[in-house]
Unconditional design. Sequence first.
Length: 211
Amino acid sequence: MSFIIAIDGPAAAGKGTLARRIAETYGFHHLDTGLTYRATAKALLDAGLPLDDEAVAEKVALELDLAGLDRTVLSRHEIGEAASKVAVMSKVRRALVLAQQRFATKEPGAVLDGRDIGTVVCPEAPVKLYVTASAEVRARRRHDEMIAAGNAADYETVLSDVKKRDERDMGRADSPLKPAEDAHLLDTSEMSIEAAFQAARHLIDAALKRN
């Protein structure tokens, strides 16, 4: 039986970095579930299909190949904007949740990070982490990443975008962003990724012993 680690949290909290490190350390498979929504949006854009037709978006989501998710391509801003439109569609979410749940059965284990892993996708996961940080800290990280990549960025604009994203993620009717009742909270506002990793590792090792 696959050992599942569910990691949730808002944008730029560090959950993706943590998830990749955990997967690499334990030899588990990793899925950034946010990329599944971005890949669906990109497929619609590439085919010249509308972003507001739920039936069309659902069909694309059902045919999505999780093996072909390219983080570099899918991280583009315009794809993110399109993804935020399809991610609110209930039929798209249901289709992608089923794909994510299939991924979670991979042996020997799987690490999934996103917004609703511990609450909707894998509520039975033996380890659930909720990684967060203040909006200001997350905006600074995103701003610095953009500058380092050679892109123009204004901190106040990035902060406003982060707050809007939080509002959208936490306020949607279908699978809103919130910690699972039994999730362990990791606030990385003043915690290094190394400290967060060691805290997560302690929880995972204890759960593996019980499993």
